[in-house]
Design a protein around this ligand. Structure first.
Ligand code: ADP
Ligand code: ZN
Length: 436
């Protein structure tokens, strides 16, 4: 079902005209309320009057995650603190977390956009919907929660963890819909099978999966093991949270809520705008946000945009699946991990040599992170050929990594020289998760 026919199936011309009007308004708003944007625009010699249509967006400055960090915590906020009614934060694994303040109006837009996603998946007021994204600072839980309520289905705020209890609730309450990460969906399936519960005993029929990359094969696996139809849900906290784009019944790319979030594709090296169909870095401008509006925010996600008509009747542009990131960031159990963070932790420990490998895998449908590191020769000769000092060092490294990354790695301390050396670039990261 189309939740908002007005906005999801406008003519392309009307949509572009609406986007142009909204862009002009938001640019004027940030120019007058956010010193960061005012000075950036002044440097580029652009004033709000120069923005007359959506095509003028290319005149505007980009915003990066680093800009958000540099202006931590509230430097990019446009609304006064008295207007902010909720604050979320990204995981913050790369240093300072990104803080996003929402006004009441922003929360209304979020719920509206999330309801569009759910309606597109076929969720109705009759559904009982479990939200198994984390509730808390992460936008997944509360974001989907209010979308379900706004649509009028019953929400069960299960959050993550306690998988067996969750499965019993799915069975006992006749839960029909679920939102979680695709890897958690497979974990649920596996736990269900271990508990001896067959999918035919459940009423699950629809799933909204996102927050991490997944593939068609993963979709088939989830659909067959949970007995539901699995849809993609994309979003990021800087722009809003889950609700930025969503699949329809055609399950062929994700429609962008582009009356609120204007998408562009750029070449991440040259920053030039790329046409529809070309793969590059996805960039969003928030057209209506009042708490922390962002101009041309670089998501670092790689994909392309499709503007051909969709059989579902929606006219809003679609984005393809995320192919990867324009930087080297890994997403492990939904948490961002940069190889450079691992390196800096290892190098802060005197016993560790600067030779290491990062292996990411998926075991029993949960991501694992293995870090192999060589011990320095001088410590090795002091008895590292016996087992216990190695175990003690592995524990120490694991604890140090956990405190920085917020996930527990498996640490394997290796003999000096054992990880091999190459001329030129070493392939530090091996990602064994098969995402095809
Ligand atoms: P962060 O991880 O930076 O703290 P978020 O939790 O908001 O912030 O995560 C947003 C990122 O998660 C996106 O930029 C994208 O890389 C990834 N992501 C979210 N949904 C999807 C999806 N459906 N498919 C692929 N990647 C996704
Ligand atoms: Zn469609």
């Amino acid at each position: 079902m189309i939740w908002n026919g007005n906005k999801e199936s406008m003519s392309r011309e009307d949509m572009r005209a609406l986007q142009g009007r909204r862009l002009a308004k938001i640019v004027s708003y940030v120019y007058h309320n956010v010193p960061f944007y005012r000075s950036k625009m002044q440097e580029m010699d652009v004033s709000p009057e120069d923005i007359r249509s959506i095509d003028d967006i290319v005149k505007l400055p980009f915003t990066t995650k680093q800009d958000l960090r540099d202006n931590y915590p509230f430097g990019l906020q446009a609304a006064p603190a008295s207007e902010v009614v909720r604050i979320h934060a990204s995981s913050g694994t790369t240093g300072k977390p990104t803080i996003v303040g929402y006004t009441r109006k922003d929360l209304e837009v979020w719920s509206e956009c999330m309801s569009r996603c759910l309606a597109s998946y076929g969720v109705t007021r009759e559904d009982v919907f479990s939200v198994a994204y984390g509730y808390g600072l992460f936008t997944g839980g509360l974001g989907v929660h209010y979308g379900v309520e706004n649509l009028g289905a019953s929400v069960v705020p299960t959050s993550t963890g306690n998988t067996e209890k969750h499965i019993r609730l799915i069975k006992d309450l006749g839960i029909t819909g679920i939102a979680c990460t695709p890897s958690y969906a497979l974990h649920l399936a596996e736990t269900m099978e271990k508990m001896g519960i067959d999918k035919s005993e459940l009423k699950l029929r629809v799933g909204a999966f996102g927050a991490e990359p997944w593939t068609e094969n993963m979709r088939k696996e989830i659909e067959s093991r949970l007995g539901l139809k699995a849809f993609n849900l994309y979003g990021l906290s800087e722009i809003m949270g889950p609700c930025v784009s969503y699949e329809c019944e055609c399950q062929n790319h994700s429609h962008v809520n582009e009356d609120h979030f204007f998408p562009e594709i750029i070449d991440p090296e040259t920053l030039a705008s790329l046409p529809y169909g070309d793969t590059g870095e996805l960039v969003f401008t928030t057209l209506t946000k009042t708490g922390m509006p962002l101009l041309r925010y670089r998501t670092r996600d790689l994909c392309s945009l499709v503007d051909e008509p969709c059989a579902c009747g929606r006219t809003n542009v679609r984005m393809t699946r995320i192919l990867g990131r324009s930087d080297d960031m890994l997403i492990i159990r939904g948490i961002n991990v940069f190889p450079s963070q691992v390196e800096s932790v290892l190098l802060s420990i005197s016993e560790c040599a600067p030779y290491y490998r990062i292996i990411v895998d998926r075991v029993n449908n949960l991501d694992t992170l293995t870090v192999q590191v060589e011990v320095r020769q001088e410590f090795f000769s002091q008895g590292f050929d016996t087992l216990s000092p190695i175990t003690a060092l592995e524990k120490k490294v694991a604890a140090a990594l956990k405190s920085v990354l917020s996930i527990s790695p498996i640490v394997q301390v290796k003999q000096p020289g054992s990880l091999g050396r190459v001329d030129g670039k070493t392939k530090v990261v091996t990602d064994l998760r098969v995402l095809k």
